[in-house]
Ligand binder design. Sequence first.
Ligand code: IMP
Ligand code: MG
Length: 175
Amino acid sequence: MAKTEKILIERKEIEKRVVELAGELDERFQGVDLLVVPLLRGGFVFAADLVREMKTRMEIDFLTTSSYEHQEVSTGNVKIFGNLRAQVKDRHVLIIDDIVDSGRTMESVVEYMKSMGPASVTSVVLLDKPSRREVDFHADYAAFTIEDVFIVGFGLDYESHYRNVPYIYTYVDED
Ligand code: IMP
Ligand code: MG
């Protein structure tokens, strides 16, 4: 059956929320030299937009986490790759990702960061799918809460593609 693209969140709507969130984060981190850690690969588009709207002084460093790869369901087995060059100890850390689904990725990354003795760890995600949660993780900031539907665009991929699409969409069956 043929599939058609259905836009769930328009680019303009995302831009508006990004500005709002940046303002909230700036307020929260007033006077702090923040360590911002976007998660690759899905978090890079949202992170790039968010940090450019923020005025807080910050250092940015990256971690890569394993994702769905070639499937649409999470394996529940999270891998964290790469070494941070930045010092984490006693720093305020902001982790940025595309989506909290089962919650396993963010839970693992927060735990990993905490093992390095930061002053605080805060999480911000573009999307939250609370109905899919498998662990007790709650993002501190989420731009949008969505239903249980597989989406792509704005950093999110299907078979490693479509991350560059500047809005969030899903595929629906044509009838
Ligand atoms: P979690 O560990 O189950 O919370 O999943 C987090 C990761 O799964 C995200 O960083 C995404 O890479 C991927 N993911 C979850 N839901 C979707 C989706 O609807 N579309 C594309 N990727 C998704
Ligand atoms: Mg991902």
